[in-house]
Write a protein that binds this ligand. Structure first.
Ligand code: NAI
Ligand code: MG
Length: 352
């Protein structure tokens, strides 16, 4: 039987609820499609930090390396500075395994009332650069606590880094609408962003059937709010992509449904799949977290592993369950995490 080794890191807060929920749904789905998922649970995160002094063990990355994929919940807990939790677990995984694409599909779902009045249905993907750009460790602080105190943070854009994420976006657009929107800000950021634009245009020359449109990121944000349906593939640097993908997730109605894949397209390393939401400490432990972001991310994982049919069936079941009104409170419903999973499993089994 086809078997995939999945390293699961539930992490903190609602990750402890959404990852087990996804495991239950995925195991049911795997049974229907003749494959098996071999789960290894890693108890890392802020509770682990409190016990041991680090977010994950020293050989943590090594122990993930043999997995076919990683399924992550969320990291972050009150009392731990967010940059410590993020840089102690999530960012090392993204970088060590060269997961240079953060793939963030978002579409409007029937049954979910988004914030846009009379919005046209939309279906777009943000392709965010995930390993360099504005999120760099280069910089420092001087003169702490003195009047001349200062901080410098350098953005790092490399030809290799920009080109490979651009190619990924063009390949994806070639399979979808043939349109790529690029987020730039070359009017204000005068070194890295013109460099980004140049490389995007060079790559575009290799894809005559794909149309590239650059937008300044501020204008792009405004266009997205006014009419997301005009966009298909959006390629952006690490920071711009982070912001735009939270925006697009919110346009879809809840941050609780949006998925994310941190992908190493070369497949030399395991890719990591996680919802875009965080650990939601305000609702953790109440059993009401929306599991759909986690489960949709799991569908991206199955697709990446080559289980395309199962992945498509899972996203179809998500659409069906949402349309039928089986919703958690963030979407205006009253179901628990477990009840939404039950509804998903019955939608999956009913389809056969
Ligand atoms: P958050 O995404 O955890 O929560 C924002 C709001 O959305 C909260 O009101 C929360 O209840 C709600 N929400 C989020 N996911 C939901 C779900 N599945 N179902 C229902 N409601 C949901 O973002 P916040 O509050 O800014 O951050 C909380 C912690 O999570 C922080 O420590 C932060 O650093 C961390 N975080 C971690 C991320 C990751 O692991 N990739 C990403 C974002 C934040
Ligand atoms: Mg974010």
């Amino acid at each position: 039987m086809r078997t995939y080794r999945i390293a699961a890191v539930p992490g903190d807060g609602i990750g402890q609820e959404t990852v087990p929920a996804a495991v239950r749904v995925l195991d049911a789905l795997a049974g229907l499609h003749g494959f098996r998922l071999e789960w290894t649970m890693h108890p890392w995160g802020c509770a682990y930090l409190a016990r041991t002094g680090t977010m994950m063990p020293a050989d943590g990355l090594e122990s993930l390396a043999g997995a076919d994929a990683i399924l992550l919940g969320a990291v972050g807990a009150p009392g731990v500075p967010d940059h410590e939790s993020l840089w102690g677990l999530l960012i090392p995984i993204r970088r060590h395994f060269d997961q240079f694409v953060s793939l963030r599909p978002v579409r409007s779902l029937a049954g979910v009332e988004g914030p846009l009045r009379d919005g046209r249905p939309f279906d777009l993907v943000v392709v965010r650069e995930n390993t360099e750009g504005e999120y760099s460790e280069i910089g420092g602080r001087l003169y702490r606590g003195r009047p001349q105190e200062m901080a410098v943070q350098e953005a790092v854009f490399t030809r290799l880094g920009v080109e490979r994420v651009a190619r990924y976006a063009f390949e994806l657009a070639a399979k979808r609408s043939g349109r790529v929107a690029s987020a730039t800000k070359s009017n204000g950021i005068v070194h890295t962003m013109p460099f980004w634009d140049e490389i995007l245009s060079e790559v575009a020359a290799d894809y005559p059937d794909v149309e590239l449109t650059p937008y300044h990121v501020d204008a792009l944000a405004a266009h997205l709010v006014l009419d997301p349906a005009r966009f298909d593939v959006i390629v952006a640097s690490n920071l711009f992509g982070d912001i735009l993908s939270d925006l697009t997730a919110a346009l879809a109605g809840s941050i609780g449904i949006a998925p994310c894949g941190n992908i190493d397209p070369s497949r030399q390393h395991p890719s990591m799949f996680e919802p875009i939401h965080g650990s939601a400490p305000d609702i953790a432990g109440t059993g009401t977290a929306n599991p759909i972001g986690q489960i949709w991310s799991s569908s991206l994982m199955l697709d990446h592993l080559g289980e395309r049919e199962a992945a498509a069936r899972l996203t179809a079941a998500i659409g069906e369950v949402v349309r039928s009104g089986s919703l958690t409170p963030d979407l205006g419903g009253s179901l628990s995490t477990a009840q939404v999973c039950d509804a998903l499993i019955s939608a999956l089994t009913k389809d056969t």
